[in-house]
Design a protein around this ligand. Sequence first.
Ligand code: PLP
Length: 387
Amino acid sequence: MTPKIYLDYAATTPIDEEVLKEMLPYLKDKFGNASSIHFFGQVTRTAIETARDTISRILKAKQSEIYFTSGGTEAINLAIFGAASAIRKETGKNHIITSSAEHHATLDSCERLQEEGFEVTFLKTSYDGNIHPSQVQDSIKSNTALVSLMHVNNEVGSVTDIESISSLAKEKKVLFHVDAVQSFAKYEIDLSKTQIDLLSASSHKIFGPKGAGCLFIRQGTPIEPIIYGGSQERKRRGGTENTPAIVGLAKAAELFHERRKDNFEHVSKIKNRCIEILKSWDTDILINSPSTNCSPYILNFSMNQEKYSLNSDSLIMNLDLKGIAVSSGSACTSGVMEPSHVLKAMNLPKERAERALRFSFGRGTTYEEIETALTILKEILQSSTRK
Ligand code: PLP
């Protein structure tokens, strides 16, 4: 029988049974609109505020600093558009610093702001996918309004030194937004100790429901809404709250955060075992994830182009036929497969970037699964060896 092995946890995760159980009453009997003053509304209002309290405790923030959104993408859009326009109005500053290795939620938002007259600096990552605080320092100008960087890169796993960057942003009076979609609840983030002004998080990377996320907005941070309507979320995000999703996000975050150390240890061992196996294949495999400052949840590597002919997409399709689900960061642009923009930003040779795969792990990933997946990958590679 074909195995079904899921190694794409950075793309999304299945919902945790406990999370689902917590959500179900809010999809059925506890259906009230949280803005209603009657009993049905009070029940959901209480659930939403309890969820806000849970998230604020995990991030060591104030309850009033957590704003629920429809996911990471919306949180990032609110942070970038909301803060950039508010600051430009207040101070005339119109320069944004980000990196070329960000998620498209950030890249595309910044490109849109360029069309609106903002100047954007896209920092190049170093060969290991990292952005160094000195690069940010060197790029800050008198008109810099905002720095927006991800904590953990979703394709290679590189970890940005957000503490140092937050201190220097504070010193230069520049707002700092962190896309923490791949690190929220997985890493300890203490917002009472860092100077981060805005932080985006998502639920479906941590066994919560899709379409749920939140933005931390430090008290006093200038921000304009991007969605207008009702006065929900203190007038910063109009629209009837998605109570089941919010409840699910908080439960997922609570569970993941509680098991944070065990999960981290487990995936670290799994990733190390993967690297050990890949390295035993002599020089055929090139690891693209950095060896230090890297998330244990993500491993990106490339096949040696001189030996193997298959590119990322053919590999993914071949693996899929054998029941193994993995990904690469390649994207289809005008009908042509383009290698990942992250690997491009890291300046990897095109041929190497075109042969990259991303394995991403979950708390349930077993040694047996990765050994089977790698045995199958090796068989596929052997059948595609260049003569
Ligand atoms: N930022 C990063 C780093 C991500 O990995 C993702 C999702 O893959 C997002 C943002 C977007 O989050 P969401 O899928 O919740 O909209």
